[in-house]
Design a protein around this ligand. Sequence first.
Ligand SMILES: [Mg+2]
Length: 273
Amino acid sequence: MSRLLISTDLDGTLLDHNSYSAEAAQPALLKLRQLQIPWVLNTSKTLAELEPLRQQLEHNHPFVVENGAAIYIPTDSPLAPDLSPDPGGKYRCKIFGPSRRRILLALEPLSQRYRFTGFSALSAERLADITGLTPEEARQAMARQFTEPLIWEDSRAALHDFASELSLLNFQVQRGGRFTHVMGRCDKADAMRWLAEQYSILWGEPVTCMALGDGDNDVGMLQKADLPVLVRSPSHAPPQVPGRTDVVVTEQPGPAGWNDAVSCALQQLGLAT
Ligand SMILES: [Mg+2]
């Protein structure tokens, strides 16, 4: 026997690309609650963005912020009891990535030679205009600890050179749905595998990891999942997942596709009637 763990991206996956609503996924989320299957949020979002979102989603499981840079585990969870508490006191925290300050220092000289605008150079109002977020949500998106999202304004070829330069400094560049993220060499995949290991220890059973995502920054996570699902996007073609021929691509986009894929997996695993 093994037990199921779900690791999911948010924007364009569990949340609708335009409305940011998870409404269409509610039937599957209800089943996960009934079956006590943990669904871990694994996103490029920040802690500040996730706190109100977790309340709306009634989410009480661990979550991964800023593309795998850190994992937060609610203090009342029995998972990974030896981790040190976060200063806020609500979570235990496992950090994988370098600080944002170090990333901004590395970006400074590159801004002379490449055209991009980082979050640090944007006002909350400007970010709200670009994303459709409210100014308050934009402020939460800008409260980053481990990554710097950029609006890339240069060519594809320039992005390649830019990524090579950062790679020499041990940083990586990932393209997300809306932004290009500069971050340490951490990944949603490593955070997912680390959590799977913790659940396996807690449960005393092997873990089957189902991962759902829609963007390039989900590819690593899908490659390392036992059950990879690409949620169709209304804005771009599904990315390639190298080395995997068993990726499920949903018919429907966003939360409706998420709902279908999770419901279908629960049935196939004999967990739902
Ligand atoms: Mg996404």
